[in-house]
Design a protein around this ligand. Structure first.
Ligand code: GDP
Length: 314
């Protein structure tokens, strides 16, 4: 069985995103020096013949699928058709292409939103498809479920080493800080930062503040993904999370301190809350010797520093 080595040709699909850029950093740290990637302009992953011609010319041996159309709760809710279609196309083109063009091993990235809205918490891998999905991101979740099932079926029918990992809510450098499309951490970071600059008295956060979420610093995730590429051969997808949860209001408090905002916090209950609680059972990956190491406070500090240095709020 071909194992990943420092000279192996590795394709990171989605290398400019939050996850893909962290995978590039982790590969570089660990001495993998034959990594290929293409920008969105150079390779449209929704176009099957373009993906096939990329496989034909580059022949990567190992593939990380970190490319996806992603967005926060409102963006997901309002553009469900686009989220479903684009993520389905990306998954089928890359996964089927990997089977056609002899890729040795592929790692597909899902998300914790693939699990049922009311799954028992902490969510185990086995909860997949045991109940209805959270409606605000059903399109995205369905596409991600199809992608991971595609890996599973190729694994079973053709003995392809296609594995998948389900990360929890992620944050860190290269996140999307868009005022409306972003996830809660970069969205809130912008809101608190702008309020600080204007010396506002109050910051209004979305929803009731009571939903509970788990967060993972993206560089911790990338270390886990390299480890899985090196040693995980199971058909079953695997959760990757910190195993720790916090309410949205507590997160807002921590964000206020990270950014240095001096005012108060209030909640806008007209905005959707999403699923009430989302924390993953990470015993499977912990048993492989991986554990999240960056505390939320420290990760937020690094992400804020990165955002300031890269002028994302300007
Ligand atoms: P989810 O984890 O899939 O529900 O997606 P998000 O990361 O977008 O939202 C998580 C939770 O944070 C939801 O309960 C939102 O209502 C809440 N939230 C509070 N403020 C914000 C914000 O500024 N942006 C976003 N995206 N969510 C926020």
């Amino acid at each position: 069985m071909e194992q990943i080595r420092s000279a192996s040709k590795i394709w990171v699909a989605g290398h400019r995103g939050l996850v893909g850029s962290a995978i590039l950093r982790a590969l570089a740290r660990q001495g993998f020096n034959n990594v290929v990637y293409r920008s969105h302009q150079e390779l449209d992953l929704i176009n099957q013949s373009a993906v096939e011609s990329f496989y034909r010319t580059e022949s990567p041996q190992f593939v990380f699928v970190a490319a996806a159309k992603v967005g926060g709760i409102l963006f997901n809710q309002n553009y469900q058709a686009d989220f479903l279609y684009e993520n389905l196309a990306i998954a089928s083109n890359i996964i089927h292409g990997a089977a056609e063009f002899g890729v040795a091993k592929l790692l597909y990235l899902g998300s914790s939103c693939i699990y049922p809205k009311l799954a028992p918490q902490p969510i185990k891998e086995e909860s997949l498809l045991s109940g209805a999905l959270e409606p605000t991101n059903e399109g995205y979740a369905l596409a991600k479920i199809a992608g991971l099932k595609l890996c599973e079926k190729y694994h079973l029918q053709y003995e392809k080493r296609f594995i998948s990992a389900m990360p929890t809510n992620l944050y860190g450098p290269h996140d999307n800080f868009h005022p409306h499309h972003s996830h809660v951490i970069p969205g809130m970071m912008r809101r608190f930062h702008e309020a600080k600059l204007r010396a506002d008295r109050e910051v209004v956060i979305w929803g009731s503040g009571t939903p509970r979420r788990e967060f993972l610093f993206v560089d911790d995730l990338a270390d886990a993904l390299v480890l899985l590429m090196q040693g995980y051969e199971e058909v079953m997808h695997i959760n990757v999370g910190s195993g720790e949860e916090i309410t949205i209001l507590e997160l807002a408090q921590l964000m206020k301190e990270t950014v240095g905002f001096g005012g108060t916090i209030s909640c806008d209950s007209t905005k959707p809350d999403g699923t009430p609680r989302k924390v993953m059972d990470v015993s499977r990956i912990n048993a492989l010797g991986w554990k999240a190491k960056t505390p939320l406070r420290e990760g937020l500090r690094i992400a804020y520093q990165w955002a300031l240095e890269n002028k994302v709020f300007e």
